[in-house]
Design a protein around this ligand. Structure first.
Ligand code: FES
Length: 124
């Protein structure tokens, strides 16, 4: 797999219409200190959600192919490592080899006028 494009907090990820075929896309979130985290955005109908690309089962990436994060029928997020599935809208696990209360970690985004933007990093 190729390294997903780099984005920084507060920057534009993509347009909603860019998430159509496939309806998911990977990015590399890079912080000011150089730390990088793989994330992905996924569209369902006209809503967009974003998560860290770490499966809560063994903290492995969910995908084996660039930008492909969904089941064949595109109804769930899929981890190809051991087949866990997750609800697109919440990241909550629906099936798989982990406790039912597991979930993907959401990444805060804003969608305004069809543009998907990462939330700015909160100051601590
Ligand atoms: S690492 Fe995702 S189901 Fe095992």
């Amino acid at each position: 797999m190729s390294k997903p494009p780099i984005v920084k907090p507060g920057e534009i990820l993509c347009r909603v219409e860019d998430l159509s075929d496939p309806p998911s896309k990977a990015f590399t979130l890079q912080f000011d200190d150089g730390e990088e985290v793989e994330i992905f955005a996924v569209r369902k109908d006209d809503c967009v959600y974003a998560y860290i690309n770490d499966c809560p089962h063994q903290l492995l990436p969910l995908n084996w192919k660039d930008d492909v994060f969904l089941t064949l029928d595109k109804s769930r997020i899929l981890c190809v490592m051991h087949g866990a599935t997750f609800r697109i809208e919440t990241g909550q696990v629906l099936s798989g080899p982990m406790p039912a209360n597991c979930a993907l970690t959401a990444v805060p985004i804003d969608v305004i006028d069809g543009v998907v933007r990462l939330a700015p990093r909160e100051e601590s």
